[in-house]
Design a protein around this ligand. Sequence first.
Ligand code: NAP
Length: 296
Amino acid sequence: MTAEIISGTEIRKAILAEVKEEVDQMKEKHGKVPGLVTILVGSSPASISYVTLKVKTAISLGFHEIQDDQPEDISEEDLLALIDKYNNDPDIHGILVQLPLPKHIDDKKILVAINPDKDVDAFHPVNVGRLMIGGEEAIFHPCTPAGIQEMIVRSGTETSGAEVVVVGRSNIVGKPIAMMMAQKGVGANATVTIVHTRTKDLAAHCKRADILIVAAGVPGLVKPEWIKPGSTVIDVGVNRIGMNEKTGKAILSGDVDFNAAKEIAGKITPVPGGVGPMTIAMLMKNTLKSAQYALK
Ligand code: NAP
């Protein structure tokens, strides 16, 4: 039996439509819209392309969007002053600082300067703590883990009591998604195991997963025989495994042997078109939540 494909592209479309509808209602009821500022320092082509996509998406949803481009040589002090300005701007609900920053600027110092209630990336230690506490405290979840959980829920996968195995323990994916799945609440209540490079028998852990979430960054790490028949497999890995000579674009693959795994799993995400497209949708959702929170 071939697994059902969980399409991030389709789910993103649905989420953005829902966000747009809520923005329209907010405008009608309160005369306000979510405000997002994207701060780009320097001119790295990759950063420009990420920022452009975020700006375009925010505008398409009717957000108040400011793209604040700063020169490569901006001082740390001036960047902190800029963040302070947006922290105090009531029309701005989300502040994004595109990483990486130039070497003379301390990333951590910048990220902790963002008001946690406007930290829509959810990387601020206060938001990491809120995520740990769970429930109402956690206003924002970091965008990639939030996208993963949304895909699990919208694909109709039962999480309550499920065995979840997370491969990888990074601060941006592995640790937060593991904590989110273990919390009390919808799309959670799971029994969670985190595995990593020091885990003794990776295969044995993966084999008992009802939901297997793989975020290692190693192409083909998860073999088809490690997958429990009928399980849900979420492949977060994005690995460049070559170049398409005709289009000049990178050929991407996940951490799971997709073609073989889809014959065993019940549901599976593809790469590309799986978790990747979800991140930006969750960023927009976080900005909406922040604006709704500010209106309370
Ligand atoms: P990371 O910081 O490099 O962490 C990778 C984790 O995987 C580490 O905890 C590492 O274990 C573990 N790991 C690596 N090789 C392993 C192996 N052979 N066996 C068991 N565990 C292994 O990576 P990340 O930032 O979490 O990203 C992971 C992948 O997800 C990457 O491919 C990245 O491109 C992708 N990603 C996608 C999105 C998206 O689609 N929106 C967002 C973020 C990341 P140790 O801790 O023991 O070293």
